[in-house]
Design a protein around this ligand. Structure first.
Ligand code: FE2
Length: 481
């Protein structure tokens, strides 16, 4: 009999609840931010970013980057002026916790759920919705997205409207990284589950109606975690790394994910026309994020080029999203895979051994060849936590060259591209992100010009409250873009 009690969870010692990651509790409106430099007049719209921000002090456990309640931060730009607002993504579980005045649900790894006496029969024994990873707009819906569950719909003022199951067509939800095809307007999504079917994909048309309900991916016959996907004109690209859900280990107090490198990494090319799935296999690697993908060649056997951020193994928690931290050496960097559906093979090339994450392109090129990609990156300092970056790096895939802007004491987030209005070129536009000074907690909204981003921001808007480091966001031009 095991009489050893598990170590007590102490939230004051969790790095991802401290410093620039520490959650904020206030919902704030600031009508006009102080701007250093000049916000381009043509930038008219809203920049949104989601991220984990527990409403109350966590109990049981805290796993970065998945645990935590969602908080969306928004900067509305118009006429060279910037307005700021932040709001929690209000779930029924959060409402119950607000009524209680404390956390009732434990972190994912603690498996603690409240009983009916605490939260009523509907919420009793349920897992908490965690729409804290990403935020997108499609078919007029603004969605705060969870790792793999129903998203929550929010309005233009960032108020929560409720859980979105797409008129009941996608009851199990979707993952946090859907892909919107800029040509067709379709939003292609996937969902993974612990029970069969383990992996499904669906399509939401440009008018918001589900045109393909959950469709099992043939050959995906075990439960693995898949954080991101890619899309080409022909294929949904799903990378199945050997990160297996292991509930038996979790029940015994271990991790609910097991890394089994001997199983290799498999890539499913799922024809968007519903044809048979094509599989390719290779050595084990892990990816949190794709950069983009596209078809190379014509005809049924055209290859797929997939750009992504490669890690040598799963990194989670203390070795979390986008870091080489944690136990054992982790290597990686921006990478390109060429996947041949005819032979079922893939070749991979590491483009750089630089630590990067949060890759973004001009979203208008999603599914087609892109030239430029931006990443958050590190300058090499040793004290950065997973998810903490102190520079922005831009790669030119045509020349292989990269440009970097070191951010000094600022911790920077994911760079998001805002096109120059009226220009169809990825060369002309702006890169947007939040940054927080790790020495004094001051926060900024940064605007870089795409032509020469390494020169640093052309505008910095001072946010008078701290914006905790977060995850993913988007630029929503006022003209619908
Ligand atoms: Fe992500």
């Amino acid at each position: 009999m095991n009489t050893q009690s598990p170590p007590r969870f102490d939230p004051t010692r969790v790095p991802h609840l401290l410093g620039p990651f520490a959650p904020v509790s206030e919902e704030v409106d600031v009508e006009e931010l102080e701007v250093v430099g000049r916000i381009p007049d043509g930038l008219d719209g809203m920049y949104l970013r989601n991220g984990p921000n527990p409403r109350f002090t966590p109990i049981g456990s805290y796993l970065y980057p998945i645990d935590g309640d969602g908080m969306v931060h928004g900067v509305r730009l118009s006429g060279g002026r910037a307005r700021y607002r932040n709001r929690f993504v209000r779930t029924p579980a959060m409402a119950a916790e607000e009524k209680a005045g404390r956390a009732l649900w434990g972190g994912l790894e603690s498996m603690v759920t409240p009983d009916a006496d605490q939260v009523g029969p509907l919420l009793a024994g349920t897992f908490k919705d965690l729409p804290d990873i990403n935020v997108v707009r499609h078919a007029g819906r603004m969605l705060a997205l969870a790792e793999s569950a129903c998203p929550y719909r929010i309005d233009a003022e960032l108020a929560t409207l409720g859980r979105e199951d797409f008129d009941g067509a996608l009851p199990a939800g979707i993952t946090a990284h859907p892909k919107i095809d800029p040509v067709t307007g379709d939003m292609v999504v996937f969902c993974y589950a612990l029970e069969p079917p383990y992996l499904t994909w669906s399509v939401i048309g440009r008018d918001g109606a589900v045109t393909r309900g959950p469709t099992p991916v043939d050959g995906a016959d075990e439960p693995v975690m898949i954080h991101d996907m890619a899309l080409t004109g022909r294929y949904v690209v799903l990378v199945l790394a050997p990160a297996f859900f292991d509930l038996r280990a979790a029940a015994a107090g271990g991790s609910f994910l097991a890394w089994r490198p001997e199983r290799g990494t498999r890539v499913a090319l799922v024809p968007r026309d519903g044809g048979p799935v094509r599989w390719a296999e290779g050595e084990a690697f892990w990816l949190w994020h794709t950069v983009n993908a596209y078809d190379d060649g014509v005809g049924a056997d055209s290859a797929v080029v997939l750009d992504y951020v490669e890690w040598s193994r799963l990194t989670l928690g203390s070795g979390g999203e986008g870091n080489g931290g944690g136990a054992g050496e982790v290597t990686g960097g921006p990478a390109r895979a060429r996947i041949d559906p005819a032979s079922g093979t893939m070749s991979r090339t590491l483009l750089d051994d630089c630590r990067v994450e949060f890759p973004r392109i001009d979203d208008r090129l999603l599914g087609r060849p892109h030239r430029h990609a931006a990443f958050a990156t590190g300058t090499g300092r040793a004290d950065l936590l997973p998810g903490e970056y102190d520079a922005v790096r831009w790669y030119d895939t045509a020349t292989g060259a990269s440009r970097v802007w070191p951010a000094g004491d600022l911790a920077v987030g994911e760079p998001v591209f805002a096109p120059e209005p009226g220009s169809g070129s990825e060369e002309h536009g702006y890169w947007l992100t939040f940054a927080t000074d790790r020495t004094d907690g001051t926060s900024w909204f940064l605007v870089f010009a795409a032509e020469e981003p390494e020169s640093g921001p052309v505008a910095r808007a001072r946010v008078p409250v701290r914006v905790p480091l977060g995850l993913h966001g988007c630029w929503l031009p006022s003209d619908g873009g």
